[in-house]
Design a protein around this ligand. Structure first.
Ligand code: 13P
Length: 247
């Protein structure tokens, strides 16, 4: 049985004051037995890391640079994230891929640097609406995951988390049905199993895309859905905690 992980991706939202309030409310609440992680904007990582010291809630970043240090204006290194107290680093979020043109190769390099920095990468994969309608969901997910497996090896997957986030479900309120999500999760696990059954059995695969307290229970009860990567609903402590309880 894989443990459940509920991770909040706060994206570029909030202020110092609202972030402090959100962390206090999450810390003071009850999320059942699910493990929680929060991924605040980079500027607030040090602050939130300090607030989470000694708690069971993990800290994650929303990205990580593919280089160790040097002239990479605007980037944050894995070592810096580690120093801020991060345990996880999201890589390859669809907003990074679509809006900032991050390629499969760059995402794989960021994944590698996360692991070199002893961070657990949360690798996001997922198809657009057009790709789903064209019937190429599996090809897209296989290509995105394949780029990491080919460059890092299948063993690297055992020390990572995969997040299936259909782009059409992100921030749209249009959630994948439990059956749709489970089908892609099972496909992803199978892809890994073709190379290493033990890694496939171990790796946590999260679902992301309009998950909320109402739909979380059914999604999280699917055999290959091991948690959630939550956007909008993670900005409200009560909703975030309720998703944890639903797990
Ligand atoms: P929403 O939960 O707002 O749809 O966002 C999902 C997401 O992109 C998490 O990374």
């Amino acid at each position: 049985m894989r443990p459940t992980l509920i991770a909040g991706n706060w994206k570029m939202n909030g202020s110092l004051q609202s972030v402090i309030q959100l962390v206090e409310d999450i810390k003071g609440g009850d999320a059942g037995s699910a493990k929680l992680a929060v991924c605040p904007p980079a500027i607030f990582l040090m602050k939130v890391g300090g607030m989470l010291e000694g708690s069971q809630i993990a800290l994650g970043s929303q990205n990580v640079c593919d280089q160790a240090s040097g002239a990479f204006t605007g980037e944050v290194s894995g070592a810096m994230l580690k120093e801020a107290g991060c345990q996880y680093a999201i890589v390859g979020h669809s907003e990074r891929r679509a809006l900032y043109l991050e390629s499969d190769a760059l995402v794989a390099a960021r994944f590698a640097m996360a692991q070199q920095s002893r961070l657990i990468p949360i690798l996001c994969v997922g198809e657009t609406l057009q790709e789903r309608e064209d019937g190429i969901t599996q090809q897209v997910v296989a290509r995105q995951l394949g780029a990491v497996i080919e460059s890092q090896g299948i063993e690297a997957i055992s020390n990572s988390v995969i997040a299936y986030e259909p782009v059409w479900a992100i921030g749209t309120g249009k959630v994948a049905t439990p059956e749709q999500a489970q089908a892609v999760h099972a496909y992803i696990r199978n892809l890994v199993a073709e190379q290493d059954a033990a890694v496939a059995n171990k790796v946590q695969i999260l679902y992301g895309g309009s998950m909320n307290p109402t739909n979380a229970g059914e999604l999280l009860s699917q055999p290959d859905i091991d948690g959630g990567l939550i956007g909008g609903a993670a900005l409200k402590a009560a909703d975030f905690l309720a998703i944890g309880q639903a797990a």
